[in-house]
Design a protein around this ligand. Structure first.
Ligand code: SF4
Length: 258
């Protein structure tokens, strides 16, 4: 069983190949959904890729703190950085400031930025955290993150600078267990290589295609499995198709050979 955390080491000794070209993607002979359903692909990923929840900052916040704002704050910290650094930044924020909306709304942005500096883009993320805290307080407190209907909540949170659709979808699926598919860079790349989405598809198009393929009940875990698949095998520049657990159903290796 491959383990996502060992991606760097596991890649050693494999032959590198170039990244996806437009021509290769145009040559996809079929869509993965023509030969396998989402349930089969999900089970294949689950049985062949192992990941540790401690490496996913949203899960660290969920299992260790369990409050909705803590999870939202964790997801904001995870933008454009490694999980390892976002987990460290989250733990530092919790220790130095707190992960409740009131503590964050009251703390100066510089202090927050200092506490989360390991996550990178510290000033930007500190402002996003303060914006999210202010929004949650404006909506009546953390209860709003639990009680507002998902569409209204998404609309409200998207008004916060630095909070985008992926952040909201990760929160909705990890905390609220709403059947939405959060699309990060790995999920997008894989959806395109699988022929589920066009290379220039919008966030919503890719999200809908993956949701339709995997089904709402699998979306949350499938999101994490795709991240692990992207790190281990379906890398941007050197996809390891020859060793990938999906090589027999994925259309992309055939497009590269033709
Ligand atoms: S075979 Fe695996 S690594 Fe290659 S493109 Fe398909 S999913 Fe990605």
């Amino acid at each position: 069983m491959a383990k996502a955390e060992g991606a760097g080491g596991a890649a050693r000794g494999t032959r590198g190949t170039r990244s996806s070209s437009k021509a290769e993607l145009e040559r996809l002979p079929y869509s993965i959904r023509d030969v396998a359903d989402g349930g089969l692909v999900f089970e294949r990923l689950k049985s062949s890729i192992k990941y540790d929840w401690r490496d996913y900052v949203a899960l660290v916040a969920l299992y260790e703190d369990g409050t909705p704002f803590a999870v939202l704050a964790a997801v904001i910290l995870s933008q454009n950085t490694t999980d390892k650094n976002s987990v460290k930044a989250y733990l530092s924020l919790r220790e130095k400031i707190g992960v409740d909306p009131k503590s964050i709304a009251e703390a100066p942005v510089e202090r927050i930025a200092e506490a989360i500096k390991l996550a990178g883009l510290a000033r930007q993320k500190a402002e996003a955290l303060k914006g999210a805290a202010a929004k949650v307080l404006e909506l009546g407190g953390e209860e709003a993150l639990v009680k507002l209907d998902p569409e209204t909540l998404k609309r409200e949170l998207l008004q916060v600078r630095g909070v985008g659709p992926k952040t909201v979808d990760v929160f909705l699926s990890a905390y609220r267990r709403v059947g939405v598919f959060a699309v990060d860079t790995h999920a997008r790349r894989i959806a395109v290589r699988w022929g589920l989405a066009r290379p220039n598809a919008s966030y919503d198009e890719v999200s809908r295609a993956l949701l339709e393929f995997f089904g709402p009940e699998r979306a949350e875990e499938a999101h994490r499995l795709l991240i692990a698949l992207g790190r281990l095998y379906c890398k941007a520049k050197r996809p390891r198709c020859g060793e990938c657990p999906l090589r027999d159903v994925c259309p992309y290796p055939r497009a590269r050979q033709s």
